[in-house]
Write a protein that binds this ligand. Sequence first.
Ligand code: ACO
Length: 429
Amino acid sequence: MTGPAILTYNGQTYELPVVVGSHREAAIDISRLRETAGIITLDSGFANTGSCISNITYIDGERGILRYRGYLVEVLAAQSSFIETAYLLIFGELPTADQLKDFRSALTRNQSIHEDMHHHFDGFPPNAPPMAILSAMINALGCFEPVFMGEESDDQFVLAAARLMSKIRTIAAASYRKSVGKPMIYPRSQLRYTANFLHMMFSDPYELYEADQTFVDALDLLLMLHADHEQNCSTSTVRMVASSHANLHTSVAAGVSALWGPLHGGANAAVIAMLTELVETGEPLEHFIARVKDKDGKARLMGFGHRVYKHFDPRAKLIKAACDRLLNKLGRSDPLLDMAKRLEEVALRDEYFIERKLYPNVDYYSGIIMRAMGIPTDMFTVMFAIGRLPGWIAHWREVRKDPNSRIDRPRQVYSGPVVREYVPIEERN
Ligand code: ACO
């Protein structure tokens, strides 16, 4: 039992309850602070603020530990699949064989999108960013699924989750096909989730693409390792939108938009751009690192650093190993992988990175795997979104199921002008 925290403010003492999590992590509950003491807390970027109590994912950033519903991500990576892990995240338990079979079959039954939705793709200009298309089309999908626009029953939720998981893959592949001026490819029922996605990306009407099992395995792992990461920017966005009782599609579409930024899901593409530039220009790494450390410069070492991990990101380690495995199996090398490894070594020896505890994050090596499969750079963040979807769905559900959930509505400290007199336009100078 942890006692209350004591706050002294303006000569008065206040007792604040402390909430303790499964791993004895403690949080001061300030929800009644304004009411009792007339003061709020301020925490720019929410670096020190718990926004909810959640039982989905646990991260120990100091020790580099990540668990989904209690299962270590390394164990899932070795033994599970993306779809089984998605089920675990969304429904809370690993599925039985029958449950997994039913879920897979629901994914297959719902893999195609309404024929009318195909016309929506024609409204986007050529070269429209696939993330913009994805976000818009997930919102549009909501219009075709009116049954899921309200209060879902548990049975409807299972179906809504399966439909969204299945269709995001079809939409993502279609957005790529659109961006390269190729016709959309219909899914194939005999293929499993990841292989089906690769088919819709790379088959042509006149030639089937048979995905190499090595690619399928590597992509499945990549999706699984992105499946949830507790209260990151996009998931917090989904939760915030859900708190207004917005439907699943709209909440997820907002999550896709939040993920797009280069400081979040967009970092994987930025890493490839950075590595390509280093290979092409031959800039000495020490020089590049000096630029990155320069406070007046704009450069950052993309794919490094994390708000929560102050140690190796366990996902980065798994992805780096998968990258090596994939390229070895294909008998290929990639100058960007060599560059990434050299740059990592230089950075990890540098006092600036050591002091600030900056390590490679999930985005550092993931782009190299995707490149090896022929997935273009502007699709990287879309791949991240497909992977993150189970997490978003699980968090959306957690918000909607929580009897104590209230609409998210942070406060602020106002620093603008105090009351001003309105000056008519002819009197302004
Ligand atoms: N390169 C150089 N310096 C860095 C980097 C980096 N990649 N990341 C952090 N720093 C420095 C900051 O300049 C700051 O230095 P200071 O204390 O001297 O001011 C210190 O380390 C702390 O960094 P913050 O920006 O305060 O850390 P924050 O938690 O706000 O940001 C973030 C985390 C956005 C991930 C940051 O590390 C970053 O921009 N990394 C590069 C982009 C990236 O890889 N994003 C993907 C993150 S993982 C994901 O979203 C899936």
